[in-house]
Design a protein around this ligand. Sequence first.
Ligand SMILES: *[C@@H]1O[C@H](CO)[C@@H](O)[C@H](O)[C@H]1NC(C)=O
Length: 404
Amino acid sequence: GDFHLVKRVPANNLCVLFLCAPVVTILSRSHADRNVYPSAGVLFVHVLEREHFKGEFPPYPKPGDSSNDPITFNTNLMGYPDRPGWLRYIQRTSHSDGVLYGSPTAEHVGKATIIEITAYNRRTFETARHNLVINIMSTEDYPLPYQAEFFIKNMNVEEMLASEVLGDFLGAVKNVWQPERLNAINITSALDRGGRVPLPINNLKEGVYVMVGADVQFSSCLREVENPHNQLRCSQEMEPVISCDKKFRAQFDIDWCKINLVDITKVVTIHSNRPDPGTGVLPDIGEYNPPSESLKSRDFFADFLITLAVPSAVAMVLFTILGYSMCCRREGVDKRNMQTPDIQLVHHSSIQKSTKELRSMSKNREISWPLSTLPVFSQSGEVVPPIHPDNYETTSMPLMQTQT
Ligand SMILES: *[C@@H]1O[C@H](CO)[C@@H](O)[C@H](O)[C@H]1NC(C)=O
């Protein structure tokens, strides 16, 4: 990169060399593209080496042990926030290398996939960026028809991705299968298949699934697990007896009960009991009709009439009737007196008179004979007219009639 760009500088007439120098360094940094050419249907592994990125960070003024800086990586498809679906990434700790891996398929052939790799120095917080251009090549023998998936219990996915470990494993498989061509197709951490994070004891590992493809029929050794005796042992959670297990045993602890043999030329018999995920599109249930924007206002007049006006009207009627009969239909003392027989009135007024006399007697004890002692009717049978209350002074007069 650098040499190529420095040669280009004199071509730019407006640019003095020392002014352009920083630009050149930036260009050389961001354009340090790397091309890789993986094949479709074959496992692709690309290691992001800490050592390689260490020299890329701008110098940091403060002293410190730069040889052991924690470094993490961010990888994404250029112009997008994440990687393409087939490409996965793992970095166990910031002191270990990162690994990009995955299995491109035939549909990815032809288009260059540009992956932006950003390295972060976690001590100085400097970053460096590289582009990785993945040119996926088609292979005429794709895919290999006989595929076997092994579950290796004593490995983590990033350990398995190391080329020498994977090479050892493929060598062992080749030994027991004897194919012409053999490729690793896919590697999946057991954690991605519903496995559990192991306890941090005894150096337990997560486990990893490795899919390999070959061009010849499965060997008898790979099929040994299918015999009834081994099936029974598997169902009882015991290790099956596999004659070729010793070829792996030194390095790889294989769970033979979980081996999955797929002949893609025949009916696909993947032992999967996952439900069909479907197309992800809901069935058409016709057009959606939202409610109209101009909603008709509701008429509450009838409710108003029933709840307020009717009771008020009834109340008004009652008020009028009561008011009329209480104010306008009162007939008064005159009418009462007219309707009462005279004799009763006389009786009544004499009682009233007597009451008043008694009251006044309490003021004036000199009156010896109260009027009440007089007979209501005189001897002659003449009706004594009722004494009007206005004639109050009469009480002070001597009321005694002289007895004859
Ligand atoms: C590889 O494995 C992953 C995870 O199990 C899966 O999603 C992907 O489809 C596999 N790729 C191929 C090419 O089989």
